[in-house]
Write a protein of this length. Structure first.
Length: 103
């Protein structure tokens, strides 16, 4: 990674970030700190119809769930201020029990 210390516009989003990278980052918070590599295939087949394996998401806990929950709460508060009629949809704030980290 390059050194962006001398790039004042760094925090304004002056660097190139793909939409999939941004979605991947926010999904980690929404998933209570579990990061999964993006996989855009549901299935794959060869020309003769044989199924090919889909790569795994390599999911692992990278942020403590309570820290991720705090980030989710902060992001929800921003939305409540800016767009109160549109509540945030975040899995970490539902009544669904936490899932174990896939192995």
């Amino acid at each position: 990674m390059e050194n962006y210390q001398n790039v004042p516009s760094f925090t304004l989003g002056a660097l190139n970030v793909t939409p999939i990278s941004m979605a991947e980052a926010y999904a980690t918070f929404a998933n209570r700190g579990i990061h999964c590599d993006p996989v855009i295939l549901a299935s794959a087949k060869t020309a003769d119809g044989n199924s090919l394996p889909v790569p795994p998401g390599n999911c692992k806990q990278v942020i403590d769930p309570t820290v991720a929950d705090g980030v989710n709460l902060v992001m929800q508060q921003v939305l409540k201020t800016v767009a109160p009629a549109w509540p945030a949809r975040c899995p970490a704030t539902t009544t669904r029990p936490a899932r174990p980290v896939p192995q």
